[in-house]
Design a protein around this ligand. Sequence first.
Ligand code: B12
Length: 453
Amino acid sequence: MKVTLIHPCIGRRPGQKYIRTWQMEPLPAATLAGLTPSDVKVAFYDDRMEVIPFDEPTDLVAISVETYTAKRSYQIASEYRRRGVPVVMGGFHASLMPDEVACFAESVVVGEAELLWPQVIDDARHGRLQKFYRATGRPSLADLKTDRSIFRGKRYLPVGLVEAGRGCHFKCEFCAVQTVFNATQTRRPIDKIVAEIMSLKADHKLFFFVDDNITSNLQQAKELFRALIPCNIRWVSQASINAAHDEEFLDLLSRSGCKAVLIGFESMNPLNLAQMNKSFNTMRGGFAKAMANLRRYAIRVYGTFIFGYDHDTADCFDSAVDFAREHAFYIAAFNHLTPFPGTPLYARLKEQGRLLYDAWWLDDRYSYNQIPFKPAIMEPEELRTACLAARRKFYSLASIAGRGFDSVNRRDWFMWRNFYLINSLHRQDVSNRDHYPLGDMTFRGELTQAGAC
Ligand code: B12
């Protein structure tokens, strides 16, 4: 038996290369490859950087679907279905919208794959695929076996992606992670994480712990950091701001080789933070105090902001960009609020009659950066252009030069050199991402459905 794993792109515009800053090794595919029995052949194609050979014989196709990649995934599934190959879909969007995904896949895996994938393979082998496979509870990550051999020969960004844990205990209104994992977090045993890091160390100068929030459990995080100190690596991850107020945590973070953390600042307005259910962002002296603490330990910051919450007015953009520049953020994101289906935010906007599309992620009129809802105070187009202007200002040459001169950003030669590379990639992406199509524009024909919908 042969299974073909596909990591879809968001979309494709003829003649335009895919967004480079998104081209990292996809762990969902490597996780599935690691769970696949050894007598099953595995092929892997990354739609973001290579052409999928639809005519290559295979017995089963497995696609990892996120909301932004749903339309493209359904196009890919249609190609395979036309050739009589069954398609199974899983991932965040499949877990959030199983009934929609079921229209375009022979089988849908809802939740994490660890306990379900071997059964899917067995059922496919015996020609008895079920429509749904649903995870009950959360699997242990103790035996995670990520098979990175599938990445060989592909041109990914040179960052080693590793999981230390999954999920986050916070319940931010807009976040799909809390919906899918029900605001719980699971962690891998520390010795397994360290062993994986050591096995990858020779090939990677920088690691990215893809945890939704590596600080979700501060005590466990501290234990991990203690174990990482002898590994002598550079790493980055995602964290919540409460951790920046714990002196022991910061000390261990720095000594374990952490060079930067992504922090969701989201908004400079406490009223918005309260509406997001993220008031913890303002704890103990708020952003300025947290930034001063991180600076003392030379931890760089990738700050992310969301615009379009109900208390946002025209001046919210400048205050966020000014803050990000004043504190010399290594990089930053200035995104419009996105109602992901299945989140409490989506339910609220729907109830308030503020969604502008039935399903923005499938609508042919929708493209990346467009605003899919009616903001409370601004017009959608005003919000879109102001987000764009905020990115342009933050990634202006003057801003890059100023931030690059900052003492923390300059501290480590490797991180300083990469500061310019990463900032220039993000600078290009400001335009490249704007109005990027969802789905491949060259796809012809109908999306074929898998049975009655
Ligand atoms: C690392 C990461 C990135 C990285 C790297 C991604 C890459 N490899 O190229 C970067 C920074 C590039 C990135 C970019 C973006 N990301 Co991102 N990312 C993540 C993050 C934090 C971890 C992903 C990961 O590797 N997890 C580890 C794997 C093993 O876990 P998993 O994906 O959950 O997979 C398990 C199950 O879902 C399931 N499964 C998954 N696929 C499949 C397929 C089949 C067939 C089966 C059976 C099962 C299955 O089994 C797996 C094992 O249990 C996730 C959050 C998360 N918890 O997943 C967000 C996340 C996936 N990203 C998200 C978003 C929105 C984006 C961006 C659009 C952000 C932006 N505006 O720029 C872009 C889009 C990029 C793209 N699609 O091309 C959202 C998606 C939400 C949604 N509803 O779809 C998430 C969930 C974050 C969030 N808080 O909401 N991302």
